[in-house]
Design a protein around this ligand. Structure first.
Ligand code: AMP
Length: 507
């Protein structure tokens, strides 16, 4: 189907001729949607977009709760030749103004409750049409979609045309729009489908947000490309996922999904029939991996990716899934560890910046040629900014973000090493190690430590516990005890928030 539209063709191939197969079952309402119904919904969205003036290459920005209609809008945008631009639901109107001004979309879809605030912002940014979509699938997008017949002929798009722009979370400086081509999305999903052995028989629990690469591309495109089905949840709720698990075969999650599911007493029983648990978007503690294996008998498959590159590495489907590592480069993806200052490739085992190259890599940052030139080399290598190491067996380890590296008195301190030692102390649940300004050393190490539920851990206990395990320059100058670490919706610890909070602690 959808000949000539590169991504449309790729994601519809597996369901061509079997349109009455189930694509999605709603985990809360029980509503069932066949492939035919889904494609018809997407075609209507495409026709609607063209009707309101969308031209090939125009952006369609969306800030809305996760619904099936939003998935139809994503696919409809692709079929209409547009560029899908989903925005985190947590963004405030002031933040949305930046994105709309930067990306100048033709169409903007927002929650009806925000229409009043958004309309003038959208008008200033030159948006032609503002439509609404609510969590219950009411709104002007839906009333307009209902008036349109299915049967849209897809707009031709080539491999190198843009299918989406996803803004990076922008924890330092302004958020950048990563331009993703039809080929980047199609090739990566195809690789993952094959590597993780997704087939028509799979039923994926889809509980990730769809404004982010993990839920939008990995979960959705892999389902479509395998012709499998999904159990669709608007958000993650541990008890709901537990309820659905006996009817499912696979789950894709961020590490917090797994730690929360481990608190559910029936996990061992309900997970018996599952085939695959995938984790990514933030580091999965080796301890969580091991606890999960002990309770369920399944080894979580951890993979590593980012907005700009889709997925880069994965632990093997067959073979050892090694805790604390993100596995091997995916087929077709090249990966090397480089010296941060010279860009030269380092010896196996050394720590450096991860660079990747392959069809999965983005085409550059939207309207930021200088930023693009800084991070994407002309020969196609992308400087990820993540620090990593390749062990003797070829498994890639993520050591942290480059910007999280602490330089104290001229020595490099890798937060993950310190965190590992602290996390092993009795009564400690997890920790985050940051660098903050220090009058003598430039930066000094601060450890933020979260005790296990019911345990009491004092700063002195942490210092006493690590005293003989870490060189003096790596030891925290201060230990802060907190009930929990600040995290974003993808489960990433927000070290920038901690750095701001404790900026004055050592000065
Ligand atoms: P995002 O663009 O929001 O998907 O964030 C990408 C970043 O998340 C990467 O550059 C890594 O720093 C981090 N990340 C993703 N997957 C993993 C993983 N499995 N382990 C550690 N960090 C990860």
């Amino acid at each position: 189907m959808y000949q000539g539209n590169y991504l449309g063709e790729a994601i519809s191939k597996a369901s061509d001729g079997r349109g009455d197969a189930l694509f999605l079952e709603h985990g809360l309402t029980g509503q069932k949607i066949t492939y035919d119904e889904f494609w018809a919904g997407a075609e209507k969205m495409a026709a609607l977009l063209v009707q309101v003036g969308l031209q090939p290459g125009d952006r369609v920005a969306v800030q809305a709760d996760k619904t099936v209609a939003m998935l139809e809008l994503y696919v409809g945008t692709v079929l209409a030749g547009g560029v899908f631009l989903p925005l985190n639901t947590a963004y405030t109107p002031a933040e949305i103004e930046y994105f709309l001004t930067d990306a100048a979309p033709r169409v903007f879809v927002c929650d009806p409750s925000r229409f009043g605030a958004m309309e003038p912002i959208a008008a200033r940014a030159g948006v032609t049409k503002v439509l609404t979509l609510a969590a219950d699938e009411s709104g002007t997008l839906i009333t307009a979609q209902e008036t349109i017949p299915a049967g849209f002929v897809a707009v031709p798009r080539d491999a190198d045309d843009l299918a989406a722009i996803l803004y990076t979370s922008g924890t330092t400086g302004r958020s950048k729009g990563a331009m993703l081509t039809h080929k980047a999305l199609a090739s990566n999903s195809e690789t993952l489908r094959d590597y993780w052995q997704f087939t028509r028989d799979d039923v994926l629990i889809h509980a990730l947000p769809i404004f982010h690469t993990h839920g939008l591309f990995v979960a959705t495109n892999v389902t479509l490309m395998a012709g499998s089905s999904c159990l669709f949840l608007p958000g993650f709720k541990a008890d709901k996922v537990i309820e659905l698990m006996p009817s499912a075969t696979a789950l894709m999650g961020v590490p917090t999904f797994y730690t929360r599911l481990l608190d559910q007493p029936v996990l061992a029983d309900v997970s018996k029939g599952m085939r695959l648990f995938v984790s990514g978007s933030a580091p999965l503690l080796a301890e969580t991996h091991e606890r999960w294996s002990a309770v369920t008998g399944h080894a979580i498959l951890e993979r590593y990716g980012m907005t700009e590159t889709n997925m880069n590495t994965s632990n093997p489907y067959d073979g050892e899934r090694r805790p604390g590592t993100v596995g091997f480069p995916l087929p077709g993806v090249e990966l090397k560890i480089c010296d941060p200052s010279t860009g030269e490739a380092l010896e196996q085992g050394e720590i450096g910046v991860i660079e990747v190259r392959g069809p999965n890599v983005f085409a550059g940052y939207w309207q930021m040629p200088e930023k693009t030139a800084e991070e994407l080399r002309e020969n196609g290598w992308f400087i990820t900014g993540d620090l990593g190491q390749i062990d003797d067996d070829g498994y890639v380890h993520i050591v942290g973000r480059g910007k999280d590296l602490i330089i104290s008195g001229g020595f490099n301190v890798y937060p993950k090493e310190i965190e590992g030692v602290i996390d092993d102390l009795p009564g400690v649940n997890e920790s985050a190690v940051i660098g903050v300004p220090h009058p003598d050393f430039g930066e000094g190490v601060v450890a933020v430590v979260v005790p296990e539920k019911g345990a009491s851990v004092a700063a002195e206990d942490v210092m006493a516990g690590i005293g003989d395990k870490l060189a003096k320059f790596k030891q925290p100058k201060q230990v802060v005890i907190l009930d929990e670490l600040p995290r974003n919706t993808m489960g990433k610890v927000q070290k920038n928030v901690l750095r701001d909070e404790y900026a004055g602690l050592l000065s």
